[in-house]
Design a protein around this ligand. Sequence first.
Ligand SMILES: Cc1ncc(COP(=O)(O)O)c(C=O)c1O
Length: 446
Amino acid sequence: MYKLHDITAIEAATRSHLIQPWESISTLGEIVRPVITGSKNIYVLGDQGRKLIDGPAGMWCSQIGCGRKNIAEAMAAQAMHLSYNSPWYTTSSPAAHLAEKIANVTPGDLNHVFLTSGGSTAVDAALRLVQLYQNVRGKTDKNIVLARTGGYHGSTHLSAAMSGSPASRRNFDVDREPVSFLTEPNRLNLPAGVTEEGFCEFLLLELRNRIAELGADKIAAFIAEPVQASGGVIVPPDGYLKEVRQICRENDILYIPEEVVTAFGLCGAWFASEEVFGITPDTITFAKGVTSGYVPLVGFAVSDRILNEIAAAVYSNGYTYSGHPVACETGPKSMDILESEEILEHVRDIAPYFKSKLSQLKDMEIVKDVRAVGLLGAVECEVPGQPDIAIGAEIDRHCVELGLIVRPGRNMCVMSPPLIITRDQIDDMVGILREGILRASANHPN
Ligand SMILES: Cc1ncc(COP(=O)(O)O)c(C=O)c1O
């Protein structure tokens, strides 16, 4: 075991043996990502123990903040008491308790929960349920899934097939899956002067036309993140999601809000679909926030209506770690903290401040757009006259030097800090971001 701060040894072992997500094979062993040595509250520790604000909360997941002793103790106690049980032929108190607790906060009649261990597998499992549903009802031609360009749904074959960004798909055999992509609701792609209502009408007309073109009898489901997260915090126009829900209902198309990112607090609600966007779906995915990132645990919830319609079927899909007792013990503890510390209320209270502080960055020439909802925000940049420069990574590098991690997209900085962040800490975060953007833009004078 390496000592906590033996950075050289950690880097050497990483270079020699570790393949990280989205690793470029051409530079494998050459470029090592920054070493994180610890975490506490809204901060992570870099090399030399340097404190950095965790702008993206890990990967949209450290909702209650890091280093909570009672969570660590609950996990340890559960590991001593029951470290594993097979969900294939047994159940456990933590799994049952967590399922009940989640069912109590899901929208509508989504009263049953399937558990797994990664957001991609939650999406995969939900899509397999959709296939089962359509096939068992005899609607075997109903197999196309409507997804959206710019959406991200994960790294299993099926979830990657639903992901719109070309980078998620390149060199994989995902194009053979029956998916049809609709335009992402990103206002920046529209001609100047188009109103919010006009944009919404355009998107809805496209959906109606696509259903007419493909045939409702061929379309199984519509999947979409309520707020397209990795795609750049794309907030849909008012009324769009509600109308999509209605169109899906009229055409017997299942609606899957993909809430791997937005569930459990980021938008100030347990689930954004119902409380923020007014939608009651058929199934819903959730992930990161459910354990605040302390341990992998994710899942989907499904409505009684869907289950009743396929009552005779076997859902032959499952994982060794579905309902893992240590992970499941963590979920309710993290939810208890969200409740007892009134963190969802705090998010609703502080969200306008977060948005207004980020929006102040628009006075910089390089900042093209700022988007935010809840504690989910993105600052999109473009070097004037040089739109091809991927400035996000440069901004991130400067911010890391200054004490902040941002999640760099190609040309944007995505922020979703731990939900316990205070106004003063938002000031610090946005102050560093401003300086990081200034330093990066100084490298690209007009
Ligand atoms: C909306 C969405 N769905 C699915 C996933 C995949 O989750 P995981 O990386 O845990 O498999 C992600 C990951 O960030 C995501 O943002």
